[in-house]
Design a protein around this ligand. Structure first.
Ligand SMILES: Cc1cc2nc3c(=O)[nH]c(=O)nc-3n(C[C@H](O)[C@H](O)[C@H](O)COP(=O)(O)OP(=O)(O)OC[C@H]3O[C@@H](n4cnc5c(N)ncnc54)[C@H](O)[C@@H]3O)c2cc1C
Length: 414
């Protein structure tokens, strides 16, 4: 499944992570402040444009390559992996729903790393209930005027352009929302101070306040009433896969950290790793990681091949998040009391893993969606991976498809 291009990319990202990100992790943990420099440095590597067509200067390397980049970054710092994935969603809004002028304007800047887009859908009173949002846009002298408050916006403090979904129609129907591009320096847009969070320290995930924020009509993404489609398609095709990649990165780090600790300690005159309870946990952790890679890489490879795969993406997010959280708990147990000490790193991974449940659909939402596939309660007729197949093809126009000589999937980039 991995080509030589993929394995080379993994090595490149890993070298970058070790050289540039790893030395900053303890400072991010200590200060808990927003990290501005690293997301921009990651963007300047061209990695936010990994699934942007070469026509716009992107890598055109597709969704498996995107997954590998996010996974490798998350292995070193889940906060920076999450920052990289958040801007991929904002980018997806422009790739799949932007006009040709919007694409010409923004995608070259995404590709060269000078602009980090965001996606702003969640509100304090809605969350999973996207159609329950209250923020609005109203017409005024040919412009749109936006009012409301978005929360948990990934890269809120470092984003250059925000893909904001708000209410433009009456009622709660599917056509009641629209999407807009709001530049970070627009008058009427403000970003309140960063609030402390459980983990992912360094990652900006804050609020956007829209107070009579006037934007030109040309900033609308798609047509009036397309907001729900913009939000859902970006979340299903990109968000699910991206969070699966973050989960894999955290999971790999949990396995690395726990096995190193168990190998370095002695109890009862032999290595800790030789105790059957510890050995069982390490084995189960690795099983979850291997299975997670198979389902996540398979799902995104289907996107690259132009196959229908919405449910596979949903499943990948559900399972990789669950398995990473389970392993993070086992990792804490393998460390005993030492796991509570910051210096071993496992408590950071345990905290960061808690952030996998909610984004891009909570675990409940993923399970509900998969259940609908068997109960016949699917509200949408065609999968997004089918509906957006023409524009998805442009996301991997720079990809070579030859198999890697080794042909190894799961631990090829170990
Ligand atoms: C790290 C991180 C990054 C994020 N990035 C972004 C971003 O970039 N942009 C953005 O807009 N948002 C972002 N979010 C917010 C995320 O999209 C929301 O957290 C998510 O949509 C869930 O909403 P909520 O947290 O308000 O939970 P709620 O929807 O309030 O859910 C609360 C509980 O109820 C359950 N529940 C809700 N509805 C149902 C249902 N229909 N069936 C069964 N159970 C249900 C949930 O599973 C959960 O357990 C991010 C969140 C995190 C943690």
């Amino acid at each position: 499944m991995l080509t030589q291009q993929h394995t080379d990319l993994c090595q490149q990202v890993r070298a970058f992570g070790e050289a540039e990100i790893a030395p900053r992790v303890s400072a991010m943990e200590e200060t808990r402040a927003v990290e501005h420099h690293l997301p921009q440095l990651i963007a300047r590597q061209g990695w936010i444009g990994v699934a942007v067509s070469r026509r716009f200067g992107g890598m055109g390397a597709g969704h498996l390559a995107k997954t590998l980049i996010i996974e490798e970054l998350s292995r070193v710092s889940a906060a920076m992996g999450t920052a990289a994935q958040a801007s991929q969603l904002g980018t997806a809004m422009i790739v799949h729903h932007g006009s040709s002028e919007q694409q010409q304007d923004w995608l070259p800047r995404v590709a060269d790393g000078s602009c980090l887009p965001t996606i702003a859908v969640t509100e304090p009173g809605s969350g999973s209930h996207v159609l329950g949002m209250e923020s609005t846009a109203r017409r005024s002298r040919g412009d749109w005027v936006l009012n409301g408050r978005k929360c948990f916006v990934g890269n809120s403090h470092v984003g250059g352009v925000h893909g904001v979904v708000v209410r433009t129609g009456r009622g709660r129907g599917h056509g009641s929302l629209s999407a807009f591009l709001v530049e970070a320096d627009r008058p009427g847009l403000s970003v309140p101070a960063h609030r402390p969070r459980h983990g992912l320290h360094g990652f900006a995930c804050g609020e956007l306040v829209l107070d009579n924020c006037r934007i030109p009509a040309a900033n609308m993404l798609g047509e009036p009433g397309d907001g729900l489609a913009v939000a859902y398609s970006s979340s299903i095709l990109y968000g699910r896969a991206n969070l699966a990649a973050v989960a894999l990165g955290i999971h790999q780090a949990v396995v690395d950290t726990s096995s190193a600790y168990a190998g370095s300690q002695r109890r009862y005159g032999r290595p800790l790793a030789a105790l059957s309870a510890v050995e069982q946990r390490l084995g189960q952790m690795r099983a979850g990681l291997m299975s997670g890679r198979v389902i996540a890489y398979d799902a995104v490879s289907r996107l690259d091949r132009g196959e229908a795969c919405d449910d596979e993406l949903v499943n990948a997010k559900l399972q990789t998040a669950r398995w990473a959280q389970e392993s993070a708990q086992w990792g804490m147990e393998v460390h005993g009391a030492a796991g509570l000490l910051v210096e071993h790193g496992i408590e950071r991974l345990h905290r960061d893993a808690q952030h996998l449940w909610a984004p891009a659909g909570t675990g409940d939402i993923q399970a509900k969606r998969l259940a609908e596939g068997v109960t016949g309660h699917h509200t949408q007729h065609l999968p997004w991976s089918v509906l957006l197949a023409p524009s998805l093809a442009s996301t991997c126009d720079g990809m070579t498809r030859s198999p890697a000589p080794s042909g190894v999937l799961a631990e090829a980039h170990a």
